[in-house]
Design a protein around this ligand. Structure first.
Ligand code: MOS
Length: 743
């Protein structure tokens, strides 16, 4: 790895002061003049139709502007596909306020717009809507034999590879085998910032749209298609996002509502969701998985079989990669993977942090633990015995893979060797102590993205890209990348994002932002660097007169000869000498497919967990976690560590707390609120240790980064489940592990 000045350094968040001082505004915090407020009304039934809406009483209230419903919303985007967004799966996206049909409980059916949010909310509460209910089906248990293989999926969906070897025969002939079902319920994203959109009406149909999203361009393209707006008419701005976890990948219905109302009323409008309404769209789907494993006498895997069935809506085929990982995480010649969907009367599921892998690795890695016990092997040793040096799904080598180092370094840091393998053999007073471990694999992707750089004569560099920062640290690491490649102090770099007027970038998701935007920023900096060199060579008595671009470097605010650093020009002086107020360059970056085609590109992790379970009460405390992550080069250990800490907290939550419970009689989520949908508080979180095993990898992308937003979650829930087994001797196969499952 080449010597760096900024990349790899633990820079504090550059957006930290703005967040602490309260100047970092979320979408619903832009107080534009003349703002009206919209409140969304949700359906109490899961299926059927609206038979009558009586808005007379509501409209008579002074200060109420309008009640929007399917009865008065103009015909929009006549072609179904015009509601498609970048991240839409196959099918026909839900069209808010389009017709009388009810497709899921909590479906938005009306928008009341008034002078104040209080009035809008009150008016919504007395709006009379009558429904005719039809029988609904919301229970996946009724669909066990009715699953189907999705034909089309959203971007990033890879159907499971065909079977290899003879998985049925080898499973039957195995010395030891297991065959178990693993289940987790529905989970909802609960980012700190709830969904909200402020539309500033600028006149003549022109809008500034402040939206909570993970992709300003995706929101812009959606409203452009639905409302027939030009780029200039619909600028979308999203500077700060208070968490996304996938919920903001697709435009949500408050965006539609706010734009509709602003265009119809010719007025600025804000629509926000309540915490309860955050359960009215997208979720991690309720999933049933079966894993069958068999081992040979030497502890190698004889066969791996993994099947998953999860719910989707009636109108879209939501897909995620649940089982594919089971064909690549371990070496095995006999593999069979299956993946099916079942249609229910629920909203379309949506990507949630490490979609598919977080849940697939739960099933696989608990099964691996069960298999290790059945074969009389240590769970870590069992994994190392079956280490995959090659991606057998793709039949390609990995561009880099330091999972082995993650196993060893993680185990050493954790003290795995102190583990007594027998379940229920370790205790501290009244607490049963258990050690568990698991691992995971996630994609290292890069998407096409653009960036623009502009260096002013006072030496300040502005960098722009229409990406987002959902809390991941994009502002900070892109500042570091730009500082690195133009040799400027980080204080001289202003990285700007979240504006559709900036160069195009994909949604922030898939852990691809560092690789995608990072490479674009690098390319833009190098394009400007070449211009700076040319300009420097025109300067009188330039010491760089005969230099080629390869001969120079940008360090400490100077452009200088690599081999003779004394021969230098101050970068700021170059801009001044140009006679212009600034020098600019832009660039795009896309994955180098030629370089990558022979390789499998993936990040990995290994998680070690200690739990303490109260023998009498069944309460579970995750007292220690070591998460060892191999995700290429780490641009900033601070922000990367934060991502993994967040992942571990999320994994604890997934293992022990989170589940949206459906009352199938009503087809309605019962706990759609923070009182009953549980997530951890500080008191639930104890010691978490994050360890990075860096990899040198110039195949994934020129920066050598693999992305860190999702990989840290993998294996956490499984490691906790395995530790609970080790502590108690009780094997739980259904998340979340509430104490009733241990008593
Ligand atoms: Mo992530 S689920 O791609 O935001």
């Amino acid at each position: 790895m080449s010597q760096t000045n900024y990349i790899g350094k633990a820079l504090n968040r550059v957006d930290g002061p703005a967040k602490v001082a309260g100047t970092a505004k979320y979408a619903a915090e832009f107080n534009v003049p003349g703002l009206a407020y919209g409140y969304i009304v949700n359906s109490p039934i899961a299926k059927g139709k609206i038979t009558r809406i009586d808005a007379a009483e509501v409209l008579a209230l002074p200060g109420v502007h309008r009640v929007f419903s399917h009865e008065n919303v103009p015909m929009l985007a006549i072609l179904d596909r015009s509601y498609k967004d970048d991240v839409a799966p196959g099918g026909s996206p839900f069209r808010p306020l389009h017709d009388a049909e009810i497709k899921f409980s909590l479906q938005p059916v009306a928008l009341v717009v008034a002078d104040t949010i209080e009035l809008a909310r009150y008016a919504a509460s007395i709006l009379k809507i009558e429904y005719e209910a039809a029988p609904h089906e919301t229970d996946i248990e009724t669909k066990r034999t009715k699953g189907f293989e999705p034909g089309r999926g959203k971007t990033g969906f890879t159907p499971p590879p065909p079977p290899r070897g003879n998985p049925d025969r080898e499973l039957k002939n195995a010395v030891h085998s297991i065959d178990q079902e693993y289940v987790h319920g529905t989970q909802h994203h609960n980012p700190m910032e709830m969904f909200g959109t402020t539309v500033e009406y600028l006149g003549e149909g022109k809008l500034n749209v402040y939206d909570k999203t993970q992709g300003a361009l995706n929101s812009q393209q959606y409203i452009r298609k639905v409302f027939g707006l030009s780029k200039e008419e619909a600028r979308v701005i999203s500077k700060y996002t208070g968490g996304g976890f996938g919920s903001g990948l697709r435009p949500q219905h408050q965006l539609f509502m706010a734009v509709l109302a602003a265009l119809e009323l010719k007025q600025s409008v804000r629509v926000t969701m309540t915490r309860q309404q955050m359960f009215s769209f997208g979720h991690r789907p309720h999933t049933l998985q079966t894993v069958k494993l068999g081992t040979n006498a030497d502890g190698t895997l004889a066969a791996v079989q993994h099947h998953a069935l999860h719910e989707t809506s009636q109108f879209e085929d939501y897909t995620e990669n649940v089982v594919n990982w089971s064909g690549m995480l371990y070496q095995c010649a006999n593999v069979k993977l299956g993946y099916q969907l079942a249609k229910l009367d629920v909203y379309t599921p949506q990507d949630m942090r490490a979609p598919g892998a977080a849940t697939g690795s739960f099933a696989l890695e608990v099964a691996m633990d069960e298999m290790a016990y059945a074969a009389g092997l240590d769970p870590l040793d069992f994994r190392i015995r079956n280490y995959a040096d090659r991606d057998q799904n793709l039949d390609k080598p990995f561009s880099s893979k330091k999972l082995r180092e993650c196993y060893h370094e993680g185990a050493a840091k954790f003290g795995w060797e102190k583990r007594n393998p027998a379940p229920r053999s370790m205790r501290q007073g009244n607490m049963l102590v258990g050690y568990g471990m698991a691992g995971g694999v996630w994609d290292a992707s890069q998407q096409k993205a653009g960036a623009k750089v502009s260096l002013s004569a006072d030496g300040m560099l502005t960098v722009q890209s229409a990406t987002n920062d959902i809390g991941t640290g994009t502002y900070t690491i892109m500042t570091q990348v730009a500082a690195e490649y133009l040799g400027l102090p980080v204080e001289a770099v202003d990285f700007q994002l979240g504006d559709t007027e900036f160069p195009a970038a994909p949604v922030q998701g898939g852990s691809w932002t560092a690789a995608s935007i990072g490479t674009a920023v690098k390319n833009a900096c190098e394009a400007l660097g070449e211009k700076l060199l040319k300009q420097a060579q025109k300067m009188k008595g330039s010491p760089l007169e005969d230099a080629k671009f390869e001969d120079v470097e940008f360090v400490n605010g100077q452009l200088r000869l690599r081999l003779d650093p004394g021969q230098a020009v101050v970068i700021r002086d170059i801009v001044q000498a140009s006679g212009e107020t600034k020098m600019e360059a832009d660039a795009t970056a896309a994955p180098n497919l030629l370089k990558q085609q022979g390789y499998s590109l993936h990040a990995h992790n290994a998680v070690f967990v200690e739990v303490q379970v109260d023998e009498d009460l069944g309460t579970i405390h995750v007292t220690r976690v070591v998460n060892a992550v191999a995700a290429g080069r780490i641009i900033n250990p601070n922000t990367a560590r934060s991502q993994v800490l967040g992942s571990v907290v999320w994994g604890i939550s997934m293992a022990l707390m989170e589940e949206t419970v459906m009352d199938h009689q009503f087809g309605r989520y019962m706990n759609h609120n923070y009182a009953e949908y549980h997530i951890p508080v500080n008191a639930d979180i104890h010691d978490i240790d994050v360890l990075f095993v860096e990899e040198e990898d110039d195949i994934v992308n020129p920066l050598g980064v693999k992305g860190i937003g999702e990989v840290g979650l993998l294996g956490v829930a499984a490691a906790i489940t395995n530790a609970v087994y080790h502590a108690t001797g009780r094997r739980v196969r259904e998340l979340p592990i509430m104490l009733d499952k241990l008593l």
